[in-house]
Design a protein around this ligand. Structure first.
Ligand code: CTP
Length: 476
């Protein structure tokens, strides 16, 4: 395969590539790869007369594209050698790194080594005509997600605390509107000096984040104390935490069982009784509970929806099959019954397709289906600690929902108006009222109209709060 030397490209092309890559926060090489990829994908004629299956599955391919970028300022101290490892550690985490070396840093590491590791050009001068024509220091300060200073020398800290901007590094630190992570490194006496203490205090008040310094041996023979720069892996982990803060998972360790969709009750092998439920609300709740860290089992009637990621889905047809799968999925910490279960099934289900005959219409005998919600709510031993039902009503919404709460024996009811004018059945929005048993009375909380996804997120947030509140209650 041929390789491409960017340096040898036409000036106009180079400028275009530099601006485009800076805008997209990618290296120039990455940008060229993407442009070539787009060109190939956009071709009308096939590349080969046969289809080649993608060698790399899409998720892996996406994983190779950097998701975040850091401007790394390397200060002039002996710890600068660790910043070479830091570049590698950041890149391992799919974080793109653009490096700035102070004048003093170049005494410890060379721009060539830094550039070879970062696969980027290295920036050293505030007044560099090549980068300043498009305000290079402003781009380095803003076109990144985080600025890391490692090592952050006593001098750099002082400049930052005082708001100086007489070289590229300090100008970036003053011009940035991104979070700054500092990894100080200096002699213990300098670290403990009153001036450094003052500067550190000021920087912390300014919102700068510190990692280290650690305590240990100094480069100077026989000296030890606090002042060693944190290890590259510690700095990379701290940077990653700032770039990708951990997502709260309030339902981690909880098992959530959800029913969704309609049920189909067979009349004969080709006909069935059904309802208009789309399953969207139950599926959205399953996705929201999974995102909150729960283990989710979704028992769904026939719907046109794909499995939510990370959710175990059991597909069923009839109410009796749904009950069977729900019972098999117990125990659960939380059970949410969002399915529109058919109340009746045909008692005399035809084994063969019913035929028209002169005898008139076939008599369809209906029998009541098991009430899944009521059955689970009344379990003596395996009742989930929180059981939530839905109430689909077309009139007297709150009153009917309150009496359903009592009749079914559940803890909460999510009541919604499903009269045709609301468009709830099959639609994307929902207006719900959360009815729950308070200490002495039944509480009604009416939510504004929301998408079914928002309703799901709000419901999961309420569940998470209730779980947290219960865990704080003293054990009886
Ligand atoms: N439900 C159930 N099993 C049934 C019927 C209903 O689990 N056989 C559940 C639903 O999933 C919902 C709640 O009970 O969580 C209320 O369902 P809804 O259809 O509103 O009420 P019904 O009990 O069917 O009463 P009605 O049709 O008279 O309103």
């Amino acid at each position: 395969m041929a390789s491409l030397t960017i340096r040898k490209l036409d000036e106009g092309v180079k400028t275009y590539l530099r601006l485009r890559s800076a805008k997209n926060r990618r290296s120039v090489e990455e940008e060229v790869r993407i442009i070539l990829g787009e060109l190939v994908e956009g071709r009308e004629e096939p590349l080969t007369p046969f289809a080649i299956p993608s060698a790399v599955p899409t998720p892996q391919r996406a994983a190779s594209v950097p998701e975040a970028s850091v401007t790394l300022i390397i200060g002039g101290g002996i710890a600068a050698y660790k910043s070479l490892d830091l570049i590698r550690r950041l890149k391992e985490r799919r974080i793109e790194v653009r490096c700035v070396l102070t004048k003093a840093a170049q005494q410890f590491v060379t721009p060539l080594a830094v550039s070879a590791l970062s696969h980027e050009r290295v920036y050293t001068d505030l007044f560099d005509p090549q980068s300043e024509f498009d305000a290079g220091h402003i781009r380095l300060a803003r076109e990144c997600d985080l600025v890391v200073v490692a090592p952050a020398t006593a001098d750099l800290l002082a400049k930052m605390a005082g708001g100086h901007a007489d070289d590229l590094a300090s100008a970036i630190l003053l011009a940035t509107n991104r979070k700054i992570l500092l990894a100080p490194a200096m002699n213990p006496l300098m670290w403990n000096n009153a001036a450094t203490r003052r500067n550190i205090g000021q920087l912390q008040r300014d919102g700068v984040v510190l990692i280290g310094p650690n305590s240990g041996e100094m480069a100077e023979a026989g000296e030890a104390g606090v002042g060693r720069m944190s290890e590259a892996i510690e700095i990379a982990t701290a940077a990653e935490r700032l770039l990708r803060p951990p997502v709260p998972r309030p339902l981690a360790g909880k098992r959530v069982l959800i029913t969704a969709g309609p049920t189909h009750e067979p009349i004969d092998p080709v006909r069935y009784i059904a309802n208009r439920s789309s399953g969207k609300q139950g599926f959205a709740i399953a996705a929201a509970a999974q995102a909150a860290g729960a283990e989710v089992i979704l028992v769904s009637g026939p719907v046109d929806l794909g499995d939510p990621q990370g959710v175990t889905v059991k597909r069923v047809e009839s109410a009796r099959q749904m009950l069977e799968q729900v019972q098999a999925a117990l125990p659960a910490d939380i059970a949410i019954f969002a399915a529109a279960v058919a109340d009746w099934r045909v008692a005399n289900e035809g084994e063969q397709k019913l035929k028209k005959s002169s005898a008139g219409m076939p008599p369809l005998q209906l029998v009541e289906n098991p009430d899944i919600l009521a059955t689970i709510s009344r379990l003596a031993d395996r009742r989930p600690p929180l059981v939530i039902g839905f109430a689909a009503e077309t009139e007297h919404l709150i009153d009917n929902a309150k009496s359903k709460l009592a009749r079914k024996g559940c803890d909460w009811i999510v009541a919604n108006d499903v009269s045709p004018a609301t468009g709830v059945m099959g639609g994307d929005r929902n207006t719900v009222h959360l009815i729950s048993r308070g200490a002495s009375e039944i509480a009604v909380d009416s939510w504004p109209v929301m998408t079914k996804e928002q309703v799901a997120i709000e419901l999961v947030a309420r569940i998470a709060k209730s779980v947290a509140d219960k865990s704080r209650e003293p054990a009886s």
